[in-house]
Each structure stands twice: as structure tokens, then as C-alpha cells.
Design a protein around this ligand. Structure first.
Ligand code: ADP
Length: 497
């Protein structure tokens, strides 16, 4: 048998490729041995292997660090939307160590930001009884006049480390997010506190300290909210509570309203059991300057509530905006809807055929906002108007307006009470008070005590406002004779000769 030819090599053709100064032979049939013998290829593989190992190592280290972090560290993230956000920042900015602002407590913060709190020193913004100007019951924040400012340093954006107690360090990371609050346009922010797992209990301590600090700062204050953008915003710094006694209303009026509100506040379970929205509405009407706004602000202070104010005649106030505002009422706040008659004026105003009357609140918009599905479940609302005749009886329904009260021109009872508040200490025998009241009666500015509501001599009543009397007393501080001498100045202009 003829010897068989050996099997022809499988590789028949081969090419040579120059690669980086060396040559690599490839054959049309893959030969791994050949490949690995090539130093460049083997080197490449080696490097790639090292790279992969390094990457895997890095991933391992990161995962390990993350695991360690998870096991050893605890994070608490607080969003700006959370009520505790300002408390925590205030807590962080609180000077602790004697002899140094932020000393000790903030051990490694190199990036601080400043928060400025301003307070108008204009007497109109002070809510203390006899210091108010007769312009507006809520004072005049933002008006000219000297401004008292205090500055607080807070951790700025970025990472910081503070020492809370000896041996307890907390890392703080304050960050701005890329999203923003739709209503105010302010970017969202978060503060993250990180500490060792073993020290996790300090967070409870920090939050209760921050809360106590906030409660202490808010004590004796009434936060006032106004419409900002599509939502609510604080109107300046919380104001010093106005004492109820500083608002002088006619006999028993104040007591009657206060008792009703207190009774309502005790009846929460009654409403819940019956599935009735827990709402109560009050309508205060009467001429301007009679103390309606001042009373509501004082009442909010008395009950430890805030005050959320919307002026219905405000430009740009629409039905939708009003509904949204009532849906998102700041917590524990009394709602004050000023100039309630604006909605009724708009109803009568000429409209387009499609019913559009411009960017204003309409009557149905007001009713919807007050009792529509979107309205908040819990609410105490006060509506005020100087023009009761413009309102619609449909407003007087449980939950919309449960109680109506006229806060009118000054009565002799109020004039006497106000005198006592201003001059009680220098008019001990009450003779000045008697002369003052007599002068008011002579000028027919107040009624005779026994002929309620009628002018003493049967002539036309002229009326004067409590705001005007307060203005007279403010002008004659500690000068009772001066006040009596100027009573004529209280005659309203239309009656002046
Ligand atoms: P209204 O809301 O009825 O227009 P305000 O409450 O705005 O009146 O009062 C305007 C100013 O007059 C405030 O500074 C307030 O202190 C003072 N004032 C008016 N009425 C009274 C009152 N009855 N008692 C105490 N202050 C009053």
C-alpha cells in the first residue's frame, strides 16, 4: 500500500501584517497558540487584564466603602419643603460655645452663608396696643422707616463637618437641586446630616433641640402669610402677638366671637363623627378703621395660630388662584379674606359674552373656593368687608359664614375703654375721661349712653372711627388735656364747616 500523503496543512495561505514596527502573522485559520506567542498581543492582553482587575478592584473598593458606609454611617436628608428645614439651619447657626460665634460647634465650616432677619422699627409694624398707627391693622412691613436687622451665619452650600459633642462629629451636606418650587421659583434644597451608626441617636436630640429652638423663637409671635406667586409665603418676620385687650370693640362683641371660635376648636370630634368638613366662617363688616383686621390678628395670636391673608380685590387674584390658596392653607392658620365684596362687584361688572370678566375673583369662584371639593377640610375663615350691602345672602351658609358681626363706628363704651388704655394711669379720678366723653357727645361723635344709637340732641350723628380716636391719642401721648382740646379734629371731613 502506497504510503498516504500526509494530510495537507489546513492553512494554505498566509499573510503578514506590519503592526507597530513588528509583524503579525495571521492565517486564515485561527491559531490561538500563534496569537499568544506574539509579544504585542500577549502584552495587550496582560494590560487589559490588569485594567479589568483594577476596575474590578475599584468597584469592589467602592462597593465595600458603600457597604461600610451603610453599616457604619447614618444619613438623614431634610428637604427644604419640610417644616424642619429652617429649624435645622437655625440650630446649626446657633452660637453655642461661650466666647465665640459658632466656635467649637462648627469645627470645619469654611463656607458660610448669611441669613438676615429684618424688623421694621416703624411703630405701625409693632403690634403692641397703643403703638399702632391707624393705617392698617397688620402694620406696614416693608415701609420706610428704620429697620432693625439681625444676621445669622448658616452653613453654606457644600460639605461641612461639625462637632456636636466631644467625639461626636456630624457631616453636613447642603445642596441645591436642579428642580425648583413652581410657586416661588426657588430651587429645591436639601440638607443631609451624616454621622456614625453608633451615634445615630444624636439625631433625635438634634431634632428636638432644633424644634425647641424654633418653638422658642415663635413664642409670642404670630406668623403672617400672604400670597406669593401661586402659593403662600411668610410676610416678613413673625410679628409680636397683638394682645386681644389692645383691640377695643363694643361691649361683649369680642368675647362673643372669641367664645365661638374656642367652642369650635373643641368640637373637632363632633364634625369628624358626622362627616362634616371642620370649617367655620365669620363675616366682620363695618366702616374702615374700626379694628376688624386688628381684631382678627389679635385673635390669631390669642389662639396661637398664624394668619393667612388674601385680599380679594388684589390685582391678579383669580378664581383658580383663590381655590389653590384655600386648598394649601398654611397649617394652623386663620384665613383672612379681605374685601369680600370684591367678588360681588365683579359679578355685576360687565362681562364678555363668554362670561369672562378679566383676571378677578367672581362670586361663584369665591363660593367654590370656600366650599368646593378642593377646599381644605379644616379651616377657620374670617371675611371682612366695608360694604355689607354688596354681599349676597348665599354667602351666609354653615361652613361659609356661620356668624356675622358688625364692627362699627366708635361707641361711647369704646371711647371710654380706649381713654383708659392710654390715660388710665394719669387720669386716676376719671375726670379727664368724663370731659373727653362729654366733648365727643357734644360734637355728636358718639351716642348718649342712655339713648343708644341716637345723637344726644336729636341731630345727625357724625360718627368717628376707633382708628381716628387712636390716632388722636397717639398724637397726644401722655397729654390728656391736649387730646381733649383736639376732639374737634375727629369730626369727619364731610361734616366739617
Ligand atoms: P379695619 O380692618 O376695620 O379697617 P384696622 O384693624 O385695620 O381696621 O385698624 C386700623 C388701625 O386702627 C390699626 O392700627 C388699629 O390698631 C387701629 N384701630 C382701629 N380700630 C381699633 C379698635 N377698635 N381697637 C384698637 N385699635 C383700633
Amino acid at each position: 500500500m502506497a504510503a498516504q500523503d500526509p494530510m495537507p496543512p489546513l492553512s494554505t495561505s498566509s499573510t503578514t501584517l506590519p503592526i507597530s514596527g513588528t509583524t503579525l502573522s495571521t492565517s486564515s485559520i485561527f491559531n490561538p497558540d500563534e496569537l499568544f506567542k506574539n509579544p504585542v498581543f500577549a502584552g495587550g492582553i496582560g494590560l487589559a487584564g490588569l485594567g479589568a482587575a483594577a476596575a474590578a478592584g475599584r468597584r469592589g473598593v467602592i462597593a465595600g466603602a458603600q457597604m461600610l458606609r451603610r453599616r457604619l454611617l447614618v444619613n438623614v436628608e431634610i428637604s427644604r419643603r419640610d417644616p424642619s428645614y429652617p429649624w435645622v439651619l437655625a440650630w446649626l447657626s446657633e452660637p453655642r460655645a461661650p466666647g465665640g460665634f459658632l466656635a467649637k460647634r462648627i469645627t470645619r465650616i469654611h463656607n458660610l452663608s448669611v441669613a438676615t432677619a429684618t424688623k421694621s422699627m416703624n411703630p405701625s409694624s409693632s403690634t403692641g396696643g397703643s403703638h399702632n398707627s391707624p393705617s392698617n391693622g397688620l402694620g406696614n412691613l416693608g415701609s420706610d422707616g428704620p429697620v432693625q436687622a439681625s444676621f445669622f451665619l448658616q452653613p453654606g452650600y457644600g460639605r461641612h463637618i461639625i462637632q456636636h459633642r466631644p467625639g461626636v462629629f456630624i457631616a453636613i451636606s447642603r445642596e441645591k437641586q436642579s428642580t425648583a418650587n413652581m410657586a416661588t421659583g426657588e430651587p429645591h434644597e436639601t440638607v443631609t446630616l451624616t454621622t456614625l451608626y453608633a451615634h445615630r441617636h444624636v439625631f433625635e436630640e438634634i431634632f428636638s433641640q432644633a424644634h425647641a429652638l424654633a418653638a422658642q423663637a415663635a413664642e409670642g409671635k404670630t406668623p403672617v402669610y400672604s400670597v406669593q406667586g401661586m402659593g403662600w409665603g411668610a410676610l416678613g418676620e413673625p410679628r409680636t402677638k397683638r394682645p386681644l385687650a389692645s383691640v377695643v370693640l363694643d361691649r361683649d362683641v369680642k368675647e362673643h366671637i372669641v367664645a365661638d371660635v374656642r367652642d369650635f376648636l373643641h368640637r373637632h370630634p363632633w364634625y369628624v363623627d358626622r362627616g362634616i368638613p371642620y370649617r367655620r366662617g365669620y363675616l366682620l363688616y363695618g366702616p374702615p378703621g374700626s379694628g376688624k383686621t386688628s381684631f382678627i390678628q389679635a385673635l390669631a395670636g390669642e389662639l396661637d395660630f398664624g394668619l393667612a391673608v388674601v385680599n380679594l380685590s388684589e390685582i391678579g387674584m383669580t378664581d383658580d388662584k383663590l381655590a389653590m390658596l384655600l386648598m394649601k392653607l398654611p397649617r394652623r392658620s386663620i384665613l383672612l379674606l379681605e374685601d369680600a365684596d370684591a367678588a360681588f362687584v365683579n359679578r355685576r361688572a360687565s362681562r364678555d359674552p363668554d362670561g369672562y370678566s378679566g383676571p378677578t375673583v367672581t362670586f361663584s369662584g369665591l363660593l367654590n373656593a370656600l366650599d368646593g371639593v378642593a377646599a381644605g377640610e379644616e379651616r377657620i375663615a374670617f371675611l371682612t368687608t366695608n360694604h355689607i350691602d354688596r354681599l349676597d345672602p348665599a354667602l351666609i351658609r354653615p361652613g361659609r359664614v356661620d356668624m356675622m358681626m358688625r364692627i362699627g363706628e366708635a361707641t361711647s363704651y369704646q371711647a371710654g375703654q380706649m381713654w383708659d388704655r392710654f390715660y388710665g394711669d394719669i387720669d386716676r379720678d376719671g375726670s379727664g375721661r368724663a370731659r373727653f366723653l362729654q366733648r365727643l357727645r357734644d360734637l355728636r361723635l358718639i351716642e348718649d349712653e342712655d339713648s343708644k344709637g341716637h345723637a344726644g340732641d336729636g341731630g345727625t350723628r357724625r360718627h368717628t372711627s376707633t382708628a381716628a380716636i387712636q390716632g388722636l391719642f397717639l398724637f397726644n401721648k401722655n397729654d390728656k388735656e391736649g387730646a381733649i382740646g383736639m376732639v374737634e379734629g375727629l369730626i369727619p371731613r364731610q361734616f366739617e364747616p
